[in-house]
Design a protein around this ligand. Structure first.
Ligand SMILES: C[S@@+](CC[C@H](N)C(=O)[O-])C[C@H]1O[C@@H](n2cnc3c(N)ncnc32)[C@H](O)[C@@H]1O
Length: 462
């Protein structure tokens, strides 16, 4: 499982698992077959392994870090239970009601895959495993790492984890890693013993965030959860979660090797159509809010900040000719932003209207998804700040801070950064009010706002 999240939503860890298979090879395999069968399909044994790979293989161990021993998790909420949840296998359910934002789990990874091990096991270089010899080398190495470095209790727990990538009845260390690893950031993944029991849902009720400074994944309830309800995270990025059902199912099958049986993906035709429409709209609004527009184009009142909505880009580029043309014009429009073109814009709306609509859609489709909410408010905050709207920027920073605290806890670095930012804006607003009262020179104060509001935020803040 990986956090390949973000594309248009930079830096905010919004779920997702590592891709464990090349799409082209996947296409030739049956959906129901284990990944390994696709992986080791007859005829592919002769796949040429780049020499550089075999040459550097001996150094791979340094790239799989193992936690030597100790308990699986730092904190597990007492109201969680791992149990059989039907065809999905094991899952985690609530044994008592859980509140929105409640801390559910804090866990450090048992294994961390970085650099070459990440690329080979989950990333762009996984093709090398089509070669039996390379597969065996990586399998042996991973096994040795687990057996020699994880301690007997954790090693036993590792081998108990699900492996839906190998042939039925077979477990391999690589299969377990691929079935269970979760993304930490763009180029590393971690395997967690307890967290691995959480199933995926396209309507997740739990958010997981990687808190690098603490070396932990932190899980919190995204909404109120009733007793006996299953707790599910999202293996997909927010961008992919907002895609229509057909695309999501393809993405999950393609990247993670199973057919999603969540409520959203198994809905009846009408409900699915409505949900797809809402997600499409949400996707457009999210993209518009997280985009930095250099100049405020378009019609509308002078004091409005406009959002320019464009057509959503499909997750797969397998589109027909008509679709390709539409996509090209949409992409052109997005590139055109650099020279401030309107191309590809299908609708322009006032930012506060768009923000309200997006929040309502999040509530309806994704249980309010606090991390996505934080992202929306953060995007709007940046736009308000760029437009020198002090009061709006202050409330938006506060709203982003609230949502981030729900998603990740108030001690996460993002929440703390937003808290400082909203306090700074609050203070600035008070100062300006004070000055206004003192000299009653509104125009001069406006100028002061323009000069003082500018702030610097870390580029990877969200
Ligand atoms: C990380 S494991 C989750 C825990 C697993 N169910 C177990 O028994 O340990 C991921 C596997 O769970 C199953 N799974 C998770 N979410 C699912 C979903 N929404 N629909 C169907 N199967 C799912 C798939 O077999 C997937 O490969």
């Amino acid at each position: 499982m990986l956090c390949h999240g973000a594309s248009t939503f930079p830096g905010f860890c919004l779920g997702g698992r590592p891709a464990f298979r090349d799409r082209a090879h996947r296409a030739s395999s049956s959906r129901t077959q284990g990944a390994w069968q696709a992986f080791r399909a007859p005829g592919l044994e002769k796949f040429l392994v780049p020499a550089i790979f075999l040459g550097s293989f001996t150094r791979q161990r340094t790239r799989i870090q193992a936690k030597s021993s100790g308990p699986a998790a730092h904190y597990i909420n007492k109201n969680l239970r791992v149990t059989n949840v039907g065809p999905k296998g094991l899952g985690v359910v609530a044994t008592a009601p859980l509140a929105r934002g409640e801390l559910l789990l804090e866990e450090a990874p048992l294994l961390v895959f970085q650099h070459q091990s990440f690329e080979v096991i989950f990333g762009d270089l996984q093709d090398v495993l089509f070669d039996d010899r390379t597969f065996d080398l990586w399998e042996t190495s991973l096994k040795e790492t687990v057996n020699s470095q994880c301690g007997s209790e954790n090693t036993a727990k590792f081998w108990e984890l699900a492996d839906t990538c190998s042939a039925p009845g077979v477990k391999t260390a690589l299969g377990i890693a691929r079935t269970n690893a979760l993304g930490l950031d763009e180029d590393s993944a971690g395997l967690f013993l307890f967290l691995s029991r959480f199933n995926h849902s396209c309507e997740p009720n739990v958010h997981h965030s990687w808190q690098e400074d603490r070396g932990m994944k932190v899980l919190r309830a995204s909404c109120s959860i009733a007793a006996n309800e299953e707790l599910c995270i999202s293996y997909l990025s927010l961008l992919a979660l907002c895609a229509p059902t057909r695309e999501r199912l393809g993405e999950i099958s393609d990247r993670f090797g199973f057919d999603c049986a969540c409520r959203a993906c198994s809905a009846g035709a009408r409900r699915m159509r409505d949900s797809d429409w809402r997600r499409e709209r949400l996707s457009q609004l999210c993209a518009a809010l997280s985009k930095e527009e250099h100049r405020d184009h378009g019609v509308g009142r002078a004091d409005e900040i406009r959002l320019h909505l464009r057509k959503r880009i499909p997750l797969f580029f397998e589109v027909d000719e008509e679709g390709r043309q539409e996509l090209e014009s949409s992409l052109q429009g997005q590139r055109g932003l650099e020279n401030e073109s309107f191309a590809g814009v299908v609708e322009s709306i006032d930012m506060s209207t768009g923000l309200r609509e997006a929040v309502a859609l999040l509530d309806e489709e994704l249980h309010g998804h606090p991390a996505a909410r934080a992202l929306l408010f953060f995007g709007a905050f940046r736009r308000a700040e760029a437009a020198r709207r002090l009061s709006a920027a202050k409330s938006l920073a506060k709203a982003a801070w609230n949502a981030t605290s729900t998603a990740e806890g108030s001690t996460s670095w993002r929440a703390q950064w937003l808290q400082v930012e909203s306090e700074r804006l609050e203070h600035l607003e008070q100062k300006l009010e004070q000055r206004k009262e003192e000299n009653q020179q509104g125009a001069a104060n406006d100028q002061a706002k323009t000069l003082e509001i500018g702030c610097v935020w870390p580029l990877n803040a969200f």
